[in-house]
Design a protein around this ligand. Sequence first.
Ligand code: GLN
Length: 213
Amino acid sequence: APVIGVLGLQGDSREHLAALRAAGAEAVVVRRPEELASVHGLVLPGGESTVIDKLLRVFELREPLVRRIREGLPVYGSCAGMILLADRLLDGTRDQQTLGGLDVTVRRNAFGRQVDSFETDLEITGVSDRAWPDPDGAAAAVAPGPVHAVFIRAPWVEEAGPDVEALGVVPAGPAAGTIVAVRAGNLLATSFHPEITGDTRVHRLFAEIVRAA
Ligand code: GLN
């Protein structure tokens, strides 16, 4: 069975591990190059992208990770993870680098400061049309419906290349129409944090991408 890694340098890796396991996937923490080499997919968690960027270099994970992304490794980036996947970054710190791979321009802290964190329900292509938890599981399935999305100092996708599919936009309010979920091939990214809501559908979508790769 495919094994999905969760980058465990900084951020909410524990919540992603739990969400992946609840989605039926085998999941392990990745902190060393040997661990990265053994996984079939990787989650870049939420946290602080500037810190994760620095630690990727300290832990000598940056180069092998950039290489594996180029080779087609499935990667799901949530919040700070979306920033790390972006080819182009706005409002990063002066020396901040991304890994790249996803043909998007992402604006960091786009919705404002910490006090501007917010929650909203979203339609996400390939996600909100699923029942959950897993219909095969023992627990009573919840009918398909919008994803309850939690945004914490979140980035947004300001511009997306021709091969990037926008999976979801903010439905209302001052940021209405802003892209907050994207997919391009094996790369998936969300501005929000499905790992903290108990809704495993985004992780199930990612596990399917990993299985198909
Ligand atoms: N603002 C953070 C950053 O710049 C992202 C926040 C998050 O991951 N919840 O990396």
